[in-house]
Design a protein around this ligand. Structure first.
Ligand SMILES: Cc1ncc(COP(=O)(O)O)c(C=O)c1O
Length: 451
């Protein structure tokens, strides 16, 4: 299908869009009017024609250090030339071990063992499997129930969608894993609208876990998994005190607590992990995205010492955890991860995100009062804007705002339903905050006037 007569300057444009079935995308609309990206540098993407697009979403909440940063690019290039692949089943390569130690050092408490996979979805499923196997090894294999939360997102594996609570991600895919239950989500506009940071109302919603425990009995429940800030559903910061209460209830009843930090990990909320921000130590943390600043796919879980130690029994030649991926701890991902963590440290990017948070929060909240904006939420370097829906066309304004922003304003936004979310790289400066807020405002005004 290659077209030899194609002019050189458009060589980065695919000449046929049909074959790629795009993920989480309105395929027909995209292929009729593509939003194509050819390259990136720092805070900007560039279209094939060279038009800059301010990346207000850090890609998919992953490029926390910005794009194509020289130390990360160099590390990947060197690694590809030195060792392209080595199995981590029964063999090892040094950088996977180094990276695991570096990640463990960032994690709170005694979360000091790291299992690698390649994505957030795999991380969520790995965490759930580790929790089930942990109880099994301890002779409590009847602890099989997994508890998630409405509006939660834990990727797209069967484990993740079972405990997740975003309806379209679940309803097409059968009955999912048996025995799961869900806490209510934590959003209530009446009590929380336009809260800066963690809303004051809602800690009591954690007590619903008590009710679930009463219903099923703790002896049947393995773990509770939550995002410290529910991102994909449209940025729902945890209510003040909510995560502490979940920890207390899990401790009281002997349930493992898993924080899905695929978005909140690596500085998004101004600390290495959100667990640190909230002073709550879970039993397992999942991570992905920011670990390599999005440059090479990688994910993983970090577990407490006691969990790892529980697995380390039986004959020494025997495999302790029958789980893993061909590309667990892939050399390119490990090299990218090490370079990324160096960059986070050298540029103090987590502290930078924390320092920017008040200015960010003021700036995004300044859109309160814009016609059509029903609520604004923010925490760390994230924000979401709920728009009024067009009657009988739910989701249309969200989609149109994203499309308009890309084509007319030169900015990448994310939307879910009628909510616009922005989560820029942690390297943004004050002037970018102003630019993001101005362009979000104009995009919302545009769709409210035209749709
Ligand atoms: C909290 C959370 N868990 C898991 C995932 C899934 O990650 P991936 O798309 O890498 O599978 C995401 C992705 O946004 C996420 O936000």
């Amino acid at each position: 299908m290659a077209n030899a007569t194609r002019p050189i300057e458009t060589s980065s444009l695919p000449n046929d869009l049909e074959a790629f079935w795009m993920p989480f995308t309105a395929n027909r609309a995209f292929k009729a009017k593509p939003r194509m990206i050819a390259r990136a540098k720092d805070l900007h993407y560039f279209t094939p024609e060279g038009r800059p697009i301010l990346d207000a979403t850090a890609g998919l909440w992953c490029c926390n250090a910005g794009h194509n940063r020289a130390p990360i690019v160099d590390a990947i290039q060197k690694q590809a030339a030195e060792l392209d692949f080595a199995p981590t089943f029964q063999y090892g390569h040094p950088k996977a071990f180094q990276l695991a130690s570096r990640i463990a050092a960032l994690a709170p408490g005694d979360l000091d063992h790291v299992f690698f996979c390649n994505s957030g979805s795999e991380a969520a499923d790995s965490a759930l499997k580790a929790a089930l196997a942990y109880w099994n090894i301890k002779g409590q294999g009847q602890k099989m129930r997994l508890i998630g939360r409405e509006r939660g997102y834990h990727g797209v594996g069967f484990g993740g969608i079972t405990v997740g609570g975003i309806v379209p991600n679940r309803k097409f895919f059968g009955t999912l894993l048996a025995g799961a239950d869900h806490l209510p989500h934590t959003y209530d506009r009446e009590h929380q609208a336009f809260s800066k940071g963690e809303p004051a109302w809602g800690a009591h919603l954690a007590d619903e876990l008590e009710r679930i425990v009463q219903l099923h009995d703790a002896s049947t429940i393995a773990a509770m998994i939550v995002e410290p800030m529910a991102g994909s559903t449209g940025v729902l910061p945890a209510p003040q005190g909510y995560l502490k209460r979940l920890r207390q209830i899990c401790d009281k009843h002997g349930l493992l607590l898993i924080f899905d930090e695929v978005i909140t990990g690596f500085g998004r909320l101004g600390t290495a992990f959100a667990a640190e921000r909230y002073g709550v130590t879970p039993d397992i943390i999942t991570f992905a995205k920011g670990v390599t600043s999005g440059a090479v796919p990688m994910g993983g879980i970090i577990v407490r010492k006691e969990i790892y130690d529980t697995f380390m029994n039986g004959p020494e030649h025997a495999i302790e955890f029958f789980h893993g991926y061909t590309y667990s701890g892939h050399p390119l991902a490990a090299a990218a991860g090490l370079a990324t963590l160096d960059l986070y440290r050298d540029e103090d990017l987590f502290a930078r995100a924390k320092a920017l948070e008040p200015k960010w929060a003021d700036a995004v909240m300044s859109l309160k009062g814009t016609p059509g904006i029903l609520d604004i939420r923010c925490v760390g370097l994230t924000a979401a804007f709920d728009m009024a829906s067009k009657p009988d066309a739910y989701g249309l304004r969200g989609y149109k705002a994203m499309d308009y922003a890309f084509n007319e304003e030169g900015i990448m936004l994310r939307y879910t339903g009628e909510t616009i979310a922005v989560t820029p790289p942690l390297t943004i400066e004050d002037k970018h905050i102003d630019e993001i807020v101005t362009k979000v405002k104009r995009s919302i005004q545009h769709v409210m006037q035209t749709h």
